[in-house]
Design a protein around this ligand. Sequence first.
Ligand SMILES: [Zn+2]
Length: 61
Amino acid sequence: MTIFKCPHCKARYELIVTHVSFRQRSYANCQVCWKTMYSWDSSRVPRFTLLEKPDTARAPV
Ligand SMILES: [Zn+2]
């Protein structure tokens, strides 16, 4: 199991790379901050499953 962290908000995802028979150019948006967190141009297509949202609920001390 590979962990990928959103570079913007640090949300944690499980990353699973699947192989497809054609070259795909696409990108994935973070499900938390909606910024583009990953892009690819190949036949190896990542799938992301959100594991943990960044700890934004806790107020700074
Ligand atoms: Zn994010």
